[in-house]
Design a protein around this ligand. Structure first.
Ligand code: FAD
Length: 303
């Protein structure tokens, strides 16, 4: 007799149920810009719900975010989502950015508090005259125009600044009450962490989508560093899988694909239909995972 779970995986060629979004960071130089645009062009035919562009702490980084978002809008059929933080700016300055985005046709903002100006881990200080919390920022964006779609963050393993998961969920509730339309999670490697968190969020009466953020592990060392800063745990089994492969990029890539496939297919089997991919501006691995999820380029589908 066939295994019903296996069968359901193959029948899930029904990709109309699956929604994906892709996150990129603004490029620092011409070489990185080329890689970014090749990745966007490769992933665009998969018709993501939206593609988001992160926002850094410094002035030039911010300009690069605005420029990337506007180029996506001008040169692709994609829906851009601009990340925005409360860091180092007054409310008036942030409101101007939001109004500029609206005038340019941007209708989706990922609203965040952001990290302390001295970097993640340092104590966060509210900028004089700035938005005090991410919830206030969400309310400010919605005040400027209610037609903004606003996404916020969520932390299945709690944010490093939070005393506990409940305090974190209080913050999520405040963001939802302020008008947030969806939350995107910090990445995680153990799916049970996500489902336990989801149960607590739903028990708190929060009913917006909590979209899992998936980090395909392109480079284990940098993923581990990234996880340490973000307060995400790295299971021993994951370290074991990449152990000994520092000088073997080809095998690393196969292992990365297998790990990510295992994670997303388990999520699909447990009812998840929306995914946000932290692409790190690289398309190959994300493209392969989306293919596994049943997504196909729009042209191929139409043919
Ligand atoms: P919030 O959800 O507002 O707060 C997180 C937790 O910190 C809260 O639950 C609360 O318990 C605690 N907390 C908040 N404020 C205080 C306070 N004043 N005192 C004590 N505790 C407090 N960072 C960037 O710089 N640019 C980006 O583009 C970016 N994109 C991101 C996208 C996603 C999907 C995620 C998950 C994170 C992203 N980050 C980004 C990282 C984020 O800015 C940091 O994690 C930041 O430290 C918290 O911002 P937040 O909006 O997630 O926090």
């Amino acid at each position: 007799m066939s295994d019903p779970i296996r069968l359901s995986r193959f029948k899930r060629g029904d990709a109309s149920r699956i929604n994906v979004s892709f996150e990129f960071f603004p490029p620092k130089d011409e070489a990185m810009e080329k890689i970014l645009w090749e990745s966007i062009e490769r992933l665009a035919p998969l018709s993501p719900n939206f593609v988001s562009v992160t926002y850094g702490a410094g002035g030039s980084t911010r300009e690069r975010t605005h420029a990337t978002v506007k180029r996506i809008l001008a040169e692709t059929p994609l829906t851009p989502a601009a990340h925005l933080t409360c860091v180092a700016a007054t409310r008036a300055e942030i409101d101007d950015i939001v109004r500029n985005y609206h005038a340019a046709g941007v209708r989706h903002i990922v609203a965040l508090r952001g990290d302390a100006i001295d970097g993640a881990g340092a104590a966060y200080k509210v900028h004089p005259g700035g938005y005090e919390t991410s919830a206030e920022l969400v309310a400010g964006i919605k005040r400027i125009s209610s037609d903004f779609d606003v996404s916020v963050s969520a932390y299945p393993e709690k944010h490093p600044d939070s005393p506990n998961v409940d305090a974190d969920i209080d913050m999520l509730k405040a963001k939802v009450d302020a008008g947030a339309d969806r939350a995107i999670t910090q990445f995680f490697f153990e799916n049970d962490l996500y489902f336990r968190y989801l149960d607590r969020v739903r028990a708190r009466g929060i009913d917006i989508p909590i979209v899992p953020g998936i980090l395909p592990v392109q480079n284990f060392k940098s993923a581990k560093n990234f996880a340490e800063r973000a307060g995400a745990s790295v299971p021993t089994w994951l370290a074991e899988r990449f152990h000994g492969l520092d000088d073997d990029p080809a095998t690393r890539k196969l292992i990365a694909a297998a790990v990510a496939a295992e994670q997303v297919i388990d999520l699909v089997d447990r009812g998840v239909t929306q995914f946000h991919f932290y692409t790190m501006n690289r398309a190959d691995l994300v493209y392969a995972i989306c293919h596994l999820l049943g997504l196909r380029p729009a042209v191929e589908q139409a043919a």
